[in-house]
Design a protein around this ligand. Structure first.
Ligand SMILES: Nc1ncnc2c1ncn2[C@@H]1O[C@H](COP(=O)(O)OP(=O)(O)OP(=O)(O)O)[C@@H](O)[C@H]1O
Ligand SMILES: C=C(C)CCOP(=O)(O)O
Length: 246
């Protein structure tokens, strides 16, 4: 069982509002379709926002902790993410990947401490019936705060735990987590040793960039890989490209 995140920074042009990177999405969909042909493991796909979602959230002042009680604002962010989700589903369906959507706004929530609760019965049933569930970063109801953003990375972590994923992959714009000389760090097992080189995203991003990603992945039982689009096929083929976060 594999949980794969397609970074919003990969499948969109992150600096131009609501602009798809069509070529990159096609390449990602090709790699997924090739991996699905034959005796494939179960696969759950999660995608991030990139230039869909982050700009909208930033305009409304909504982050993973700062919420909104304005339904129009929540729907603006959610709508950008469901638009991107339709693009992702479309490219997968064109390649006969049996991709179906799961919208976190309708199913997940945070409690008063901000802890994410993501029910997964529907995802498990979809997998058992041969579908590829495709979730996305979103807004969700947050007790005491209205609605806040949930990042694709948080969803990956919640899914990996609940479904006891064997492999976790995050496909981003970088070939891995980079050190201060821009070389790929092979393995990270402790936040403090890499904290100095971990930054935010270069583009508008309300969920913490690489630092947030590493922190979320370190909390998991299973190892996770961070790699770029060029290595997606090899990850899906069972290899561990890029940086392993354990
Ligand atoms: N040490 C580092 N190594 C690699 N990338 C880093 C580092 N520090 C900061 N970054 C930034 O983190 C970005 C990746 O995080 P980002 O949250 O943008 O990725 P994503 O998950 O692909 O996109 P999204 O959040 O839109 O889904 C890189 O593009 C880079 O700009
Ligand atoms: C900004 C929104 C709505 C989703 C963010 O998800 P991410 O790109 O995985 O951080």
């Amino acid at each position: 069982m594999i949980v794969l995140k397609l970074g919003g920074s990969v499948i969109t042009e992150k600096n131009r509002a609501e602009t798809l990177d069509g070529d990159a999405l096609e390449r990602a969909a090709d790699a997924i379709a090739a991996a699905r042909a034959g005796d494939a493991a179960d696969l759950v796909v999660v995608h991030g926002g990139g230039s869909f979602g982050h700009h909208n959230a930033s305009e409304h002042g909504v982050t993973t902790t700062e919420g909104t009680r304005d339904a129009n604002a929540a729907l603006d962010i959610h709508g950008a993410m469901t638009t991107l989700n339709r693009f992702v589903l479309g490219r997968l369906l064109e390649r006969d990947v049996q991709a179906v959507p799961v919208h976190p706004f309708s199913t997940a929530h945070r409690d008063g401490d901000g802890t994410l609760d993501l029910p997964t019965g529907q995802v498990e049933t979809m997998l058992a019936e041969g579908f590829v569930p495709v979730l996305h970063g979103d807004v969700i109801a947050h007790a005491g705060a209205g609605a806040t953003v949930v990042s694709g990375d948080e969803l990956v972590a919640a899914l990996a735990r609940a479904l006891e994923a064997d492999r976790i992959g995050l496909c981003s714009t970088v070939p891995g987590v980079l050190d201060d000389e821009d070389a790929v760090i092979d393995r990270i097992d402790d936040f403090e040793t890499v904290a100095d080189v971990l930054g935010a995203s270069e583009a508008t991003d309300v969920t913490g960039g690489m630092a947030g990603k590493v922190q979320t992945l370190l909390d998991l039982e299973a190892a996770a890989s961070v790699f770029d689009l060029a290595s997606l096929a090899s990850f899906l083929d069972g290899e561990n490209p890029g940086t392993t976060i354990d």
